[in-house]
Design a protein around this ligand. Structure first.
Ligand SMILES: [Zn+2]
Length: 170
């Protein structure tokens, strides 16, 4: 496990270098119509039961289109108690998993294995799983990983500095 952890940390550092080298055009905000100034950094907040929030919550009205933040492939469509209706997408280079949760619905015809392009509609914003129905939002998580890893494996990376062009990764 120690080796795998080091490998993932290394993947996170590599990813940070990639972002620094290629600028903010690597990622887009995965909710239609929002600007960087609309985002709030919710990384590191306590979520009870000893869990720490290692993602960003992006508030938007129910049914707002959710967009693929990067080019890649749908890795897994999954429903869980906490996340509700979710999507795991692997980035085109295989080194990043993007996780979208609390969805209302998938885009019609969305399937595991499908290629998606950055900006393509993949779902709609909801409040499924343990989200507060009064606070529909997209829970968006990024995990640095290695090609061929499991769909839930990775080292979380804070999306907020990337989505706002602040490039504050170590
Ligand atoms: Zn969240």
């Amino acid at each position: 496990m120690k080796g795998a952890g080091a490998r993932l940390l290394c993947a996170a550092a590599l990813f940070a270098a990639t972002v620094a080298a290629s600028g903010s055009d690597v990622l887009i905000i995965p909710v239609e119509g929002l600007q960087p100034s609309d985002l709030v950094d919710s990384w590191g907040k306590s979520r009870g039961e000893g869990r720490i929030h290692r993602a960003i919550d992006i508030q938007a009205p129910l049914g707002t289109p959710v967009l693929a933040a990067m080019d890649g492939r749908i890795e897994k469509l999954f429903t869980s108690r906490r996340g509700g209706l979710t999507i795991y997408q692997r980035a085109a280079d295989g080194r990043l998993i993007l996780y979208y949760a609390h969805l209302q619905a998938y885009r019609r015809g969305l399937a595991e294995g499908q290629g998606v392009e950055r900006g393509q509609v993949i779902a709609t914003v909801g409040a499924s799983g343990n989200a507060d129905p009064a606070f529909p939002h997209l829970h968006f998580q990024m995990m640095a990983t290695v090609p061929g890893s499991g769909w839930q494996d990775g080292e979380p990376v804070n999306p907020y500095p990337l989505l706002t062009g602040r490039a504050a990764l170590p």
